[in-house]
Design a protein around this ligand. Sequence first.
Ligand code: HEC
Length: 119
Amino acid sequence: MRTLSLAIAALTLALTAAPALAQDGAALYNSQCKSCHTLTPANSPAGPSLKGVVGRRLGGSPGYLYSKALVAKGGTWTEASLDAYLTAPATFAPGGKMFNRVADPKARAALIGYLKTQR
Ligand code: HEC
């Protein structure tokens, strides 16, 4: 009985913790994006800097060698275009160099909200 109530307590904790984490843009960034991106002016060897990306032109981090596909799209990153890109990068910019998708709309919103704070 004691084991059972401990298991229930652990399960409850896991279930309540999961949605809270999904809302945390910084934590999502650190676990899903940081391996290839930076939030400083310097690019990562694996991807462009995302400092100030919201409102920046597509393919706009100086010194990073982007795919032709992303540069050819043109325009500036908005919350809507970032949402579309993170939903399906290969559909947004066929032939692009990023393949990481964020399937959960709430996670995308949290990530974009966090990127907006990284001016
Ligand atoms: C495995 C490495 C990798 C991971 C992980 C990754 N990216 Fe990227 N990302 C790239 C590469 C490479 C590019 C350049 C794409 C191109 O040139 O077509 C890019 C481009 C971008 C751009 C366009 C930047 C610009 O200057 O136009 C955004 C926005 C972006 N990534 C967001 C994210 C977010 C948010 C995450 C986490 C959910 C993430 N990326 C995870 C490699 C990665």
